[in-house]
Design a protein around this ligand. Structure first.
Ligand SMILES: [Zn+2]
Length: 352
């Protein structure tokens, strides 16, 4: 019975995945091999490998990546972090009001200015370049804000701000996909600003060009983070990164953060432990799968990464990359759950 039940749930996950003409870009999910036939789709042509399941995720994984005894963390009597979720939600509304924000558009430029205008007085750097894409050359700009800590080394938090180029004329405003990641990072900046951290420095990266310009491939996706990872590899920054978090689609009112098997097991466990401290762990890891997102260029270079993403956005994931990705599907409470958990998680990384 258990096996049957599991397979049925797996199928639902499979059906939740993108299909048809609206699936070309953004992150990519790998699926169980047994389901590949149901997913075969010329427009999508996603490669699959055994990975995803809707079975309950394992309780823990040890630091070596094998599943074992639960890892314990030192108790922390300090107050739990608390973001201003109303303020963060207002950021999403402001961002969506610009309209579609793909590379090379006036709305994209407006959003760049919106982000930097909220970082006045902070240490802000650009990683700007021209990307060769299947749609031609486009300017790409990662915006990086740095908040110093007392310890050497760095924790990085990345969230993309571009929206899907192929959907630019179809009313796609990416409230969750692009909007929520931009907004939560702006709120992290509010929380980090004006005080030296008792821990690692935190660098926030509003990444650009996460979405594919035509159809997701190794070279048509992750333009910003592929460039940044290469740059940080050359200048030695990567060696200093203790942990890298990615935020993507984290404001769905029905919040269900997937357990991404491309992420570092110890960081997945640490995030779960952070969620448990606020009693919000039921929103984490009931689904499992291998996600390709902005962390991948860093994963490939050995950086410990975790991707926090909810890819069960509406029944059968129907709101993903659709005009239905609008503010009415989102909740400030979801921003609060992910935001507080992430801030608690980085505090736990400080203490490792
Ligand atoms: Zn997307």
């Amino acid at each position: 019975m258990e096996r049957l039940r599991t397979q049925r749930i797996r199928k639902e996950v499979a059906q939740a995945l993108p299909r048809g003409p609206r699936c070309p870009s953004c992150l990519r999910v790998s699926l169980p091999l047994l389901l590949t036939l149901t997913l075969t789709n010329a427009a999508c042509s996603k490669k699959t490998s055994p990975a995803a399941s809707a079975t309950p995720a394992p309780a823990t994984s040890d630091a070596t990546g094998t599943r074992g005894e639960p890892q314990t963390y030192p108790s922390d009597s300090g107050p739990l972090p608390q973001i201003d979720s109303k303020r963060a939600f207002q950021y999403i509304k402001d961002i969506v009001a610009f309209g579609p924000r793909p590379l090379g558009t006036e709305n994209h430029k407006k959003l760049e200015n919106y982000i930097t205008s909220h970082l006045t007085g902070d240490q802000v750097e650009d990683d700007a370049f021209t990307a060769e894409t299947p749609e031609g050359k486009f300017p790409v700009r990662n915006i990086i804000a740095k908040y110093p800590g007392s310890k050497d080394d760095i924790i990085v938090i990345i969230g993309h701000y571009d929206t899907v180029y192929p959907l630019r004329k179809q009313g796609f405003v990416g409230a969750n996909d692009g909007g929520s990641s931009t907004a939560i990072l702006l709120e992290y900046a509010n929380q980090l600003r004006g005080k030296k951290r008792d821990g690692y420095s935190v660098w926030l990266v509003w990444s650009d060009g996460e979405e594919a310009m035509k159809q997701w491939t190794e070279t048509d996706s992750l333009y910003g983070t592929r460039h940044l990872a290469e740059k940080w590899d050359k200048d030695g920054t990567l060696k200093k990164i203790k942990a890298l978090f990615v935020m993507d689609m984290i404001a769905d009112a029905d919040l269900n953060i997937i357990r991404d098997t491309n992420s570092a097991p110890w960081l997945l466990d640490l995030v779960r432990a952070a969620a448990e401290r606020s009693g919000v762990q039921s929103h984490f890891y009931s689904l499992e799968g291998a996600i390709e997102d902005d962390h991948m260029p860093f994963v490939k270079r050995g950086v410990p990464c975790v991707d926090l993403i909810d890819l069960e956005y509406g029944y059968n994931n129907l709101y993903w990359h659709s005009p239905q990705d609008a503010v009415d599907k989102l909740s400030p409470r979801s921003l609060e759950i992910v935001g507080n958990t992430t801030l608690e998680a980085i505090r736990m990384v400080d203490k490792r």
